[in-house]
Design a protein. Structure first.
Length: 119
């Protein structure tokens, strides 16, 4: 394990990819989807991602002997978790809007919808 990798991520690349992006990413996805399903505003993904980032940093320290106080590891991990949570929020919200109001909205992409043209 190179010294630069430990300083940047607070752990090695395998731990970052499998644990931080994999397991914690799944938790971020579920929190973003839960926020969208309950019609919460998008900004609420930020505090959830910050808390998941703290939990991720502690678990990397406790389970994989990573650096607990790695600021860059925390910021990179939290940014990844925030991106996953926001993507899950928009995926779920789009699915929900199109399913709940099919006469009013149509899907234009995985993250977007638009109003149907009125006859």
């Amino acid at each position: 394990m190179e010294l630069e990798q430990v300083e940047l991520l607070g752990a090695d690349w395998v731990t970052f990819i499998l644990f931080s992006c994999g397991m914690m990413g799944f938790l971020a996805f579920m929190s973003g989807a839960a926020l969208a399903k309950t019609w919460r505003p998008l900004w609420q993904t930020v505090p959830y991602a910050v808390l998941l980032g703290v939990a991720q940093r502690f678990l990397v320290f406790a389970l994989f002997l990573g650096d607990l106080w790695s600021l860059s590891g925390y910021l990179i991990g939290t940014a990844v978790l925030l991106v996953v949570a926001v993507a899950a929020y928009y995926l779920t919200l789009t699915r929900q809007m199109v399913a709940q109001y099919p006469w009013l909205h149509e899907r234009t992409g995985p993250f977007t919808w638009q109003r149907k043209p009125q006859p």
